[in-house]
Ligand binder design. Structure first.
Ligand code: ADP
Ligand code: ADP
Length: 235
């Protein structure tokens, strides 16, 4: 599914003393099945952008389109976006909560009323996608290594079968080999499932190898966009 933003603005604390415009008239387009990246310094609006695309915040103006679903400031519900978009937040392992790996990964689809047999299949599939051996299913997620915990958390999002996957600083805290392995898996999965992937990072080096298109945010605006080579040449 494509991601398309037209003239999207968002302001925190509108009408209060602390009013802060986090995004200003942002245009952004990611074609279906592409891997794009958003980079920019802290405070540039990346996490606001993630929450808007994921249907967790309502735009103050402009249009957000994911596939055929369209949301604007007057939309009564943002949940159609939430159905399509899976978000892996920074340090997703902090959101693990269940007694076993299986229960944790199954939580989302069960909550949505997916039939039990399909839930089991999805859990197996998601574990395979992130490279977790099935033998870990009945273990407590809290007994696993850091890298394994992160895989469990990502598998939980993948078990919802999102058409669009957003990863917010997915490799934070991983060693270089772990980073590379995770990004390679995500890229392979994207091709396999024809998912659209948006990587959020503060590191140009990290995303340059995988992203087809890079958007550079600065103070709530997209100040530069293009292929990695174009963006590098301009920096
Ligand atoms: P990034 O993810 O690139 O660090 P954010 O989207 O978190 O950027 O923040 C963009 C701007 O909005 C920053 O100036 C930040 O201080 C402000 N901001 C973010 N969240 C809130 C909030 N809940 N209330 C007020 N201002 C916020
Ligand atoms: P709603 O608009 O009611 O949030 P959703 O279909 O987005 O509807 O979500 C249904 C349920 O699944 C919600 O209770 C939500 O907490 C849960 N859920 C959504 N996304 C995830 C996810 N990535 N991982 C785990 N649970 C999730």
């Amino acid at each position: 599914m494509q991601i398309d933003l037209r003239g999207v603005s968002f302001t925190y604390g509108q009408g209060t003393q602390q009013e802060k415009q986090a995004l200003k008239q942002l245009d952004l387009h990611v074609p279906a099945g592409a891997l794009a990246a958003v980079i920019g310094p802290t405070g540039s609006g990346k996490s606001t952008l993630v929450q808007l695309i994921g249907g967790l915040l309502r735009p103050e103006e402009g249009i957000i389109r994911v596939g055929e679903t369209e949301v604007n400031e007057r939309s009564s519900s943002l949940s159609p976006l939430r159905r399509h978009v899976g978000i892996v937040f920074q340090y997703p392992e902090h959101q693990l909560f269940a007694d076993t790996v299986e229960h944790d990964i199954a939580y989302g689809p069960r909550n949505r009323g997916v039939p039990e047999e399909e839930v089991r299949n999805r859990v197996k599939q998601a574990m395979h996608w992130v490279g977790l051996p099935e033998s870990l299913s009945d273990r407590s997620p809290f007994q696993l290594s850091g890298g394994q915990m992160r895989r469990v958390a990502i598998a939980g999002v993948l078990a919802m079968l999102p058409q669009v996957l957003i990863l917010d600083e997915p490799t934070a805290g991983l060693d270089p080999a772990g980073r590379e392995a995770l990004l390679q898996r995500i890229d392979r999965l994207r091709r396999e499932r024809r998912m659209t992937v948006l990587l959020v990072s503060h590191s140009m080096e990290e995303v340059a190898r995988y992203a087809e298109r890079i958007f550079v945010l600065h103070q709530g605006r997209c100040v530069l966009q293009g292929s990695p080579a174009e963006v590098f040449a301009d920096e």
